[in-house]
Design a protein around this ligand. Structure first.
Ligand SMILES: [Zn+2]
Length: 287
């Protein structure tokens, strides 16, 4: 089927009270894993691609691979720009067929974040593309090995009242909230501010997104889904699982150098992790 917009997928998740994982990909094998598991479990999925991952794979190349896989895939797949940093990046992605773009203006002063997000929403509306915006600080950046868990001060986290105004002024379709998560692996237990999430949920109607989903306890994941999160980003955990699978395969067959033998074992390992995430998030059989 054609690629789905993020709004269509997340609105269903909101109704059904489950979350759809967004898995970051940067190789053909990652993409294979996501499609294979989605097919097996009949689940919608979001394929997230960060600008660094686009540069690594090539814009034309990665979008063509995903589009052609999606054409014969029976369940909704969203091709989503993760942490877009500018209007130009967002528009370039729309031109190349992304059905969803994130603009991350969270490090900008509020007024600038609003102005840039609004401009991107305007272009995205014309293109039929969904927009995710971010308000507040999710620690670290994509690709960080370890997330810091020292906690965040109140003014770094998403303020519920500001979130109302932000959505009203920007028209963003979904909102990434800062409630104590960070990118990369946690070295201790992160302090997730569930009360804050509940306050945001009460006031803001658009689907809410959690970044920094790698390594959060299963119980906490279930709690945040219950309280209104319907998209959770997983990057580090997925890539680590693939890498671990590849390492094991190479150690298991020290004389083998052929990807035809090694890669399927690596994929098997990564797919097991994806399966666990889909099950935990409740999206199995929802497509
Ligand atoms: Zn993120």
């Amino acid at each position: 089927m054609p690629l789905a917009t993020m709004t269509s997928v997340l609105r269903e998740a909101q109704k059904g009270r489950y979350a759809v994982p967004a898995f970051n990909v940067c190789t053909n094998e990652h993409i294979d894993c996501v499609f294979d598991v989605s097919l097996k479990l009949r689940t919608p999925v979001i394929i997230a691609i960060h600008p660094v991952e686009i540069a690594f794979f090539g814009m034309k190349e990665i979008t063509r691979v995903i589009q052609s896989r999606a054409e014969t895939h029976p369940y909704p797949v969203v091709m989503h720009l993760d942490h877009g940093d500018s209007y130009d990046t967002a528009v370039q992605c729309m031109v190349h067929g992304f059905t969803s773009v994130m603009f991350d203006g969270s490090t900008l002063p509020l007024e600038e974040n609003i102005a840039h997000t609004r401009e991107i929403v305007k272009a995205a509306r014309a293109a039929g593309v969904s927009v995710e915006a971010e308000l507040g600080l999710v620690g670290g950046t994509e690709g960080d090995a370890y997330a810091h868990t020292d906690g965040f001060s109140d003014d770094q986290l998403t303020d519920p009242e500001t979130a109302v105004e932000f959505i009203k002024q920007t028209g963003a379709d979904s909102l990434a909230v800062a409630i104590g998560t960070a990118h990369g692996f946690y070295q201790g237990e992160p302090r997730i501010d569930v009360d804050r999430l509940m306050e945001i949920r009460k006031r803001v109607e658009v689907p809410l997104v959690l970044h920094g989903g790698s390594g959060i306890s299963d119980t906490m994941i279930q709690t945040v889904i219950q309280e209104g999160i319907c998209k959770i980003n997983i990057s580090s955990e997925f890539k680590r699982a693939y890498h671990q699978g590849l390492t094991d395969a190479m150690e298991g067959h020290p004389d083998v150098w052929d990807p035809i033998i090694l890669y399927p074992e690596a994929k098997q390992h990564a797919k097991q992790l994806l399966k666990e995430k889909f099950e935990l998030f409740g999206s199995v059989n929802q497509a």
